[in-house]
Design a protein around this ligand. Structure first.
Ligand code: SAM
Length: 347
């Protein structure tokens, strides 16, 4: 269903279903030992969209639900979740290691970083999403006995509304540096709302703040690729319509926009990132317009990206040979070692 100005959703419908989709990707990537998000699969199961549940728990195979050779599908989405989760986990870890004690996860969906990352004791993490989304995740994890690993504060509000006021009301301190995460969000905002969001982030960012933002579906071709992939998922029982939720039209290039407002940005093309997970993406670097931009006062270097690539490939080779139950828990020694060896630079 096309978007409207004040539309709302839960995690099984409209934009909310995309949060369940990417969490299903994290569940599957956890099963493959590429990341460690033990909350992803249970959360997806709790939402109850059968297609995503069966993808998350490994019941569906890529052969069944993806078009061979097509650049988008459940498996490419899952691989992307693996690299984007690792990159952003590391980004946050580096930010807190540098002394930042305040984080804002925009459009948090089923993100469980507030439950699975080790945060310094005095850190506050704010999660912003629509109320039905934040309430569901909080209640489901509480019912499962999961406890946040940090002072985690949900800020239920639409990002097209006055979210800075709601954030301040929840205790956000604009005088302290912040690490911001905008993962899987920007294309769901109209172009002018994207500008407003970036302006607000800039306004609320004390010196030393950092931002990681994912840019996706920024080209007409990627929308068509998405439509084609989704048709196949609908044939396999997905009833949430998830391929018509993005705002088209001209929008500012995020990195340039931020550069002009005092940020120092670094871009990473998703093809470059995906190539570290699988040989499948070696040739696809030009087909994907996605970029990860980051951060104020910090940068990723290509040498270190190469280190990441090497360790991830090693991890993938090793975990493939391990017993399924061991892999499912995402706790293989190789994967842990690879996670430790991921390093990003700051300057
Ligand atoms: N960041 C999460 C992740 O990577 O797992 C979720 C990404 S999901 C693809 C998109 C998320 O954006 C959903 O949780 C949705 O509710 C949220 N979202 C999109 N537009 C929003 C808006 N205007 N206000 C609040 N949340 C929004």
């Amino acid at each position: 269903m096309a978007r409207t100005e004040n539309d709302t959703w839960d995690l099984a419908t409209s934009v909310g279903a995309t949060a369940t989709m990417v969490a299903a990707g994290r569940g599957r990537a956890t099963q493959a030992g590429l990341i460690d998000d033990p909350f992803a699969e249970p959360l997806v199961r709790a939402v109850g969209v059968d297609f995503f549940t069966r993808w998350a728990n490994g019941e569906l195979s890529a052969d069944e639900v993806d078009i061979p050779g097509h650049p988008w599908g459940m498996q490419p989405m899952t691989d992307l979740m693996a690299v984007r989760t690792r990159l952003i986990d590391q980004f946050i870890t580096d930010a807190t290691a540098s002394g930042i004690r305040q984080a804002v996860i925009l459009a948090s969906g089923l993100d469980a970083r507030g439950y699975r990352l080790s945060w310094p004791a005095d850190t506050v993490v704010f999660e912003i999403d629509q109320r039905q989304v934040t309430d569901f995740k909080t209640a489901t994890l509480a019912a499962a006995g999961a406890e946040p690993t940090v002072d985690l504060r949900a800020v239920p509000i639409d990002l097209r509304d006055d979210w800075p006021a709601a954030l301040r009301q929840a205790g956000f301190d604009a005088h302290r540096p912040t690490v911001w995460v905008a993962e899987g969000l920007l294309a769901f905002l109209p172009p002018e709302a994207q500008d407003r969001l970036l302006d607000n982030i800039t306004e609320l960012s004390a010196e030393g703040s950092r931002l990681v933002a994912e840019i996706f579906l920024s080209a007409t071709e990627s929308l068509e690729v998405m439509h084609t992939a989704a048709q196949k998922w609908y044939e396999h029982g997905l009833d949430a319509r998830i391929d018509d939720l993005w705002y088209g039209g001209e929008r500012h290039d995020v990195a340039t926009y931020l550069d002009e407002r005092g940020w120092q940005t670094t871009r990473r093309r998703s093809g470059q990132l995906l190539a570290v997970v699988s040989y499948r993406y070696r040739y696809e670097t030009t087909a994907r317009p996605k970029t990860i931009t980051a951060p104020r006062n910090s940068a990723c270097t290509s040498r270190q990206l190469a280190c990441t690539a090497r360790s991830l490939r090693r991890a993938r080779r090793r975990v493939c040979n391990r017993p399924r139950e061991d892999v499912r828990r995402g706790r293989t020694r190789a994967a842990r070692a690879a996670r430790r060896s991921v390093r990003w630079a700051t300057r």
